[in-house]
Design a protein around this ligand. Structure first.
Ligand SMILES: [Ca+2]
Length: 169
């Protein structure tokens, strides 16, 4: 799916609460290829409980010692900009060096098209790309890769609840 906005929506960590740290996040248009997060802006779900509300760039600085941190259900992602949509086929998520136990445990990779009216966290404009099984084992600074291809772009209906944990890839 070609989309302007790509996010990792974090629904909790392995400690049983929402606190989550993503040290680094990469979006790739080929498997094993380069990170294509240039020319746009990092985005996060925002909200009063987010870790300062301004730390989204820390997930894109290639430093395992810094990261986006959220204390509630939230997302970290990238807005590639108007007219610059990408077909992402691989996502790399890096756990924090100091707190790998706070890496994403239950999370979803989602996308929204250029022109999406609403990119707030519970918007129905998000398309579910991948909902992997819970990721309960992360080591310090570990990077895990998630393949999105082929993806089926199952449409999200958050209002009715999340109906499937099945990976679409
Ligand atoms: Ca970082």
């Amino acid at each position: 799916m070609e989309a302007r906005y790509w996010i990792v929506k974090c629904n909790g960590d392995s400690q049983g609460d929402y606190e989550t740290i993503v040290a680094n996040l990469e979006f790739r248009t080929s498997h094993g290829g380069a990170d294509v997060t240039t020319g746009g802006i990092p985005i996060q779900s925002g909200g009063a409980n987010e870790g300062g509300g301004t730390n989204e760039a820390l997930a894109f600085d290639d430093d395992a010692n810094t990261g986006w941190q959220s204390y509630t259900q939230g997302y970290i992602g990238y807005d590639f900009g108007a007219g610059n949509s990408k077909t992402i086929v691989e996502v790399a998520i890096m756990a924090s060096a100091a707190n790998p136990e706070l890496a994403p445990y239950n999370f979803q990779i989602r996308a929204a098209v250029d022109g999406a009216a609403d990119i707030s966290i519970y918007s129905n404009d998000w398309v579910e790309i991948l909902y992997p099984p819970n990721e309960d084992t992360w080591t310090s600074g570990e990077t895990k890769l998630y393949s999105l291809a082929p993806n089926t772009g199952v449409v999200v209906d958050e209002g009715a609840g999340i109906s499937s944990h099945a990976a679409s890839a």
